[in-house]
Design a binder for this molecule. Structure first.
Ligand SMILES: [Zn+2]
Length: 313
């Protein structure tokens, strides 16, 4: 049993991004759908860590919403500028732009630089880690350390067969070997993405997607729609019991009703599931989290907690 705190994250994969940032589009993800998320934050009394796609913040209405979230105490993290599916596979200059353009937009919007980053599609690379260290990031949540990454990439590629540009993007990643040897639990990394002691000079805390063993599925909310609610509850309980510094990752689509997506061109999955069912699934998950008695904090606080504990070891 572990009693360490946990975080609740939202990778804010907006409809706006999914549809290619159409002009004049009012994205319900940032309005009605986020309000659905807020119901849980109020009921269970916690703050989210929300990873925003920088380009969305160029819309003043969205920027105003995100500023409010920041002022309410939710953490605003960096999910890159345009959500390129293999951001880690980009040329260094392009990659730096993807990270730093979003970094600046978040700073301008909230008045605070983001302290955490997550790659779109977990497509990390050594260069991602180097740029984050150079820009004083506290933590990175981009590592997918389980073998399940391979079928996940295939599935994502399959979903984009009709979009050759996206398909090429998805397959150009640089992290194909990472699930074979990178640590499964949080660790400090240097600019070469090697594990180093907490006391080393320049490092970043890498917080991998929670994964109990390399051969097992990692844990995030969306898998409820794959495994079904009963099996998913058992899996979540297992992670709550055994995985220290756990974070539970969600996406806007997890609380998006089928009626909120009218554009047939989207490639968002699980849109055939109605809102009532999605709400019920989220309630089941939050009830288990509550019963675990593990305190819910932001990822930044979780990272600081881990760093503090590493120093006293
Ligand atoms: Zn994403």
């Amino acid at each position: 049993m572990t009693t360490s705190p946990i975080a609740i994250n939202i990778n804010f994969d907006s409809l706006n991004e999914n549809l290619g940032f159409p002009n004049g589009f009012r994205d319900p993800s940032y309005f009605e759908i986020f309000d659905n998320f807020m119901l849980f934050s109020e009921k269970y009394n916690f703050k989210y860590s929300i990873y925003i796609i920088g380009r969305d913040l160029e819309n003043p209405e969205i920027a105003a919403r995100v500023k409010d979230w920041h002022q309410m105490g939710h953490e605003i993290g960096n999910h890159s500028y345009s959500h390129h599916m293999s951001v880690g596979g980009l040329k260094p200059k392009e990659l730096e732009y993807e990270i730093m353009k979003a970094h600046e937009l978040i700073d301008t919007t909230t008045g605070q630089v983001p302290r955490g980053f997550i790659c779109p599609g977990w497509s990390t690379s050594k260069k991602v880690v180097e740029i984050l260290i150079n820009n004083k990031y506290l933590y990175d949540a981009s590592l997918f350390p389980s073998f399940i990454m391979y079928p996940s990439i295939l599935k994502n590629a399959f979903n984009h067969l009709g979009r050759p540009d996206k398909l090429k993007e998805i397959l150009s990643r640089r992290d194909y070997l990472f699930p074979l040897y990178k640590p499964l639990t949080p660790f400090f990394a240097d600019k070469n993405f090697n594990a180093v002691p907490a006391t080393s000079k320049e490092n970043i805390l890498v917080m991998p997607l929670p994964t109990l063993s390399r051969m097992s599925f990692a844990m995030w909310h969306t898998l409820i729609f794959v495994f079904g609610i009963e099996k998913s509850k058992k899996r979540l309980q297992n992670y709550l019991d055994k995985y220290p510094y756990f974070y539970y990752l969600m996406h806007p689509a997890d609380l998006m009703g089928s009626d909120s997506v009218k554009d047939a061109k989207h490639t968002i999955e699980r849109m055939e599931v109605d809102y009532k069912t999605k709400e019920a699934y989220a309630t089941e998950a939050f009830e288990l989290i509550k019963q675990s008695k593990r305190p819910i904090v932001t990822m930044e606080q979780l990272a600081l907690h881990f760093i503090e504990e590493s120093k006293t070891k």
